[in-house]
Design a binder for this molecule. Structure first.
Ligand SMILES: Cc1cc2nc3c(=O)[nH]c(=O)nc-3n(C[C@H](O)[C@H](O)[C@H](O)COP(=O)(O)OP(=O)(O)OC[C@H]3O[C@@H](n4cnc5c(N)ncnc54)[C@H](O)[C@@H]3O)c2cc1C
Length: 456
């Protein structure tokens, strides 16, 4: 918004808790660990750019980390610290699917996905999710209406890989199964690619530093209501409650809602609108992150010798309580000053589940426990490919915008950044009457033939 509207624009940002929201850290064993959004894909251009512009650094990763897929009885696949061994094991289990998956993600999905950056650089903006996804590629809008299971079968992948690796990725990233829509499922598959990273000191540093960098006024208060006052010119009144309980109001030319408008997360009221605006009907999915400082019980995973246990576990059985497990490194991890604890020693591990775990349940996974910390999130939508006809729009009313509509397509840091820029462009195009750049297809000159460009 600052880039589009310049330094003169007055921009207020209301925050009822802490800047960062679902990007947060938790302190366990005297170090901070990511408790919400944690991994970023190397091709997530906005997150990469933010990190660079804001002078932040990528957190170091420890090499040689391994992953296993657990079906409830045994590890059906384990990777090796050596890439060549991992590839051989994967090829042995999934055949050419493993090569085709990598090709599908990097040469097809990501190439199409990245078209949005040129489209946004050219100033194009969209009022709804299907139009925005179609700007990446027309097939993406169709991916909303099919499950990832259907999409991957159509792409020719076989049941073994879909029901193990793909299901494991869905359960790890979204706590849900193969019925989630193809688009979010495909995004999720990018999350098993190499080169994933996070921000040193915590991903929350990105929003915290953006707020300072873009010189917005942070108002530490809870927005209670947005009222539409008049339309010539547009005028909105925001009602908010400060931390000391005092109720106040303030008027604006435009308002952007940047939190999910769904029950269990938000109860912002909207008044004075011709058409009712209220929370959208989709539910949000509860994901609980249980952090344990202790020693893993490898026998639960069917691994006899604790040293053979993998650092990360995907689970591919919908009946299991544990969606995934991962040994975690602190957000300020440095290979020069930190030694990564061996997997059979005292580690910090994170278990994702769809409900809180009892002490007894945690003891199934850990044979000794020093400390447990739990964070419960209304994390992302409860996805359903059969209910993608009524997706929330980016435009709720003229000059009233809604960033988090994007989450019904896919919830991820980069998706929110793309949606945020879409809103800034949409607001700008509306403000300056650039209607030819709203809901129109961008034709990339480098992809056009000479007859389309008019060149001889
Ligand atoms: C457990 C978990 C794991 C995840 N893993 C990943 C991952 O590995 N990679 C990835 O890319 N993404 C991941 N995500 C998703 C990612 O974290 C989110 O998509 C993203 O952080 C959402 O950002 P946001 O700013 O849109 O919303 P939020 O972070 O939810 O921010 C909304 C903000 O609005 C504030 N707010 C709400 N209502 C009001 C009000 N009435 N008045 C004032 N302020 C209000 C909230 O306090 C909050 O700070 C994960 C999410 C969770 C929960």
């Amino acid at each position: 918004m600052r880039e589009q509207f310049g330094s003169e624009a007055v921009i207020d940002l209301y925050e009822k808790n802490a800047i960062g929201g679902r990007l947060a850290t938790i302190n366990i064993n005297s170090r901070d660990y990511e408790s919400g959004g944690s991994i970023i894909h190397p091709d997530n251009l906005y997150m990469v750019n933010f990190t660079n512009i804001l002078g932040l650094e990528k957190r170091e990763r420890s090499s040689g980390q391994t992953m296993g897929i657990f079906d409830g009885e045994e590890m059906v696949l384990t990777t090796s610290p050596y890439t060549v061994v991992t590839l051989a094991k994967m090829f042995w289990r999934y055949g050419m699917d493993i090569y085709n998956l990598q090709k599908w993600v990097s040469s097809d999905l990501l190439v199409k996905f990245k078209r949005i950056y040129k489209t946004q650089d050219a100033g194009f903006a969209y009022t709804n999710i299907p139009e925005l996804l179609a700007a990446m590629d027309p097939s993406f809008a169709n991916y909303l209406k099919k499950s990832i299971l259907m999409v991957m079968r159509e792409e020719g992948f076989h049941e073994a890989m879909i029901h193990e690796l793909v299901l494991g990725a869905m359960r790890t990233n979204y706590g849900q199964g193969l019925e989630i829509p193809g688009f979010v499922g495909a995004i999720s598959m990018a999350g098993v690619e190499p080169g994933l990273w996070s921000v040193k000191g915590g991903n929350k540093k990105v929003p915290q530093n953006i707020v300072k960098h873009s010189k917005v006024n942070v108002i530490p208060a809870e927005v209670k209501m947005v009222e539409f006052l008049e339309d010539e010119p547009f005028l909105y009144e925001v009602y908010y409650k400060e931390k000391n309980g005092e109720a106040k109001t303030k008027r604006y030319d435009m308002v952007v809602i940047a939190t999910p408008l769904h029950d269990g997360i938000s109860d912002i009221k909207f008044e004075g609108f011709q058409q009712d605006i209220h929370n959208f009907p989709q539910q949000y999915h509860k994901t609980v992150a249980t952090f344990v400082h202790g020693t893993l019980n490898s026998t639960y995973f069917g691994v006899d010798n604790p040293i053979d246990m993998t650092n990360e576990v995907f689970t591919c059985n919908m009946n299991l309580l544990m969606n995934s497990f991962g040994q975690h490194l602190p957000v300020d991890y440095s290979s020069t000053s930190d030694k990564v604890p061996p997997i059979d020693g005292n580690i910090v591990g994170k278990i994702f589940s769809n409900r809180e775990l009892t002490q007894e349940e945690v003891k199934l996974y850990f044979k000794s426990i020093e400390e447990i910390q739990t964070v419960s999130w209304m994390a992302y939508p409860e996805y359903n490919f059969k209910k993608t006809d009524d997706l929330p729009p980016f435009l709720l009313n003229e000059r009233l915008y809604y960033v988090n509509a994007i989450e019904l397509a896919a919830s991820a840091m980069e998706m929110e950044a793309i949606a945020g820029r879409n809103i800034a462009l949409l607001a700008y195009n509306h403000w300056y009457d650039k209607l030819d750049k709203i809901d129109e297809k961008y034709m990339d000159p480098s992809q056009m033939s000479s007859s389309e460009t008019g060149d001889l």
